[in-house]
Design a protein around this ligand. Structure first.
Ligand code: PEP
Length: 258
């Protein structure tokens, strides 16, 4: 069992990613990243932070030389540049040092009305810019209670696979984030999360064995160990707890200990 776990760990290195959402300031970026420097530099897992777009350049400069990747929270589905007021392209994100980008976070889907089709276009735009998309999928409480979780998640995956191709989907990172668990303090139980992660991997087919699938939704140091111990959970996408350096580094340490 330990040998299998070790082999899986090599192909699917754990990743802990902090989504700062619309939080922070120049001072916050400086202080927060400085506080993370020492605790995170000794860990063997992959770590990433997703600051607001205006602070990406600052964060990338501060993290230069450290094993922490930078990701953006969203990108334009349009081309590299052009008359698209207010938009930020994948090429621009790449230019300031991003290697990752969130696509289809539930707040983009619910507050800003991003459909599965829009999310799929953004996914393709990310790949075209040389960024690795972190595709967020997940069901609402009503959908879970109606027994539609797997169906909803499959439709979200299918919309992307139809436009981007299954190869690009399996080469990306997927974050299962039940909408009812995001920012609510309610976490999916490890069994609930494992069941959906396993369903996603099954949906992806043979190549899905290599795809990293993160869990997100009120993860904190107090519940991370149990979640990360499940075989199909390869790390976490962390919101609120990523704003507290001690909490974020504790979650990273727990992922590293698996
Ligand atoms: C998120 O925003 O992706 C998230 C998981 O938030 P929280 O951890 O606060 O639920």
């Amino acid at each position: 069992m330990a040998v299998i776990r070790e082999a899986v760990r090599v192909t699917r290195k754990p990743l802990v990613a902090g989504n700062w959402k619309m939080h922070g300031s120049r001072d916050f970026v400086a202080a927060h990243l400085q506080a993370l420097e020492a605790p995170l530099s000794e860990l063997a897992i992959d770590i990433a932070v997703f600051p607001p777009a205006v602070y990406l350049d600052l964060a990338a400069r501060q993290l230069a030389g450290l094993p922490v990747a930078i990701g953006a929270q969203d990108l334009s589905l349009e081309e590299d540049s052009g008359a698209f007021t207010g938009e930020v392209s994948g090429a621009m994100l790449k230019d300031v040092g991003c290697s990752l980008v969130l696509v289809g976070h539930s707040e983009r889907r619910t507050i800003y009305g991003e459909s599965n089709e829009t999310v799929a276009k953004k996914f393709v735009a990310a790949c075209s810019a040389g960024l690795t998309p972190v595709l967020c999928v997940g069901e609402t409480l009503e959908q879970r209670e109606a027994g539609e979780t797997q169906q909803v998640v499959s439709a979200q995956l299918q919309a992307v696979a139809a436009v981007a191709g299954l190869d690009r989907l399996t080469a990306s990172i997927i974050a299962y984030e039940p909408v009812w668990a995001i920012g609510t303090g309610k976490t999916a139980t490890p069994d609930q999360a494992q069941e959906v992660h396993q369903g996603i991997r099954h949906w992806l087919g043979a190549e899905g064995a290599k795809t990293r699938i993160l869990y997100g939704g009120s993860v904190k140091a107090a519940n991370a160990r149990e979640l990360f111990s499940r075989p199909d959970i390869d790390g976490g996408l962390i919101g609120g707890a990523a704003l507290v350096p001690e909490e974020f580094s504790a979650i990273c340490r727990l992922a590293d200990q698996q």
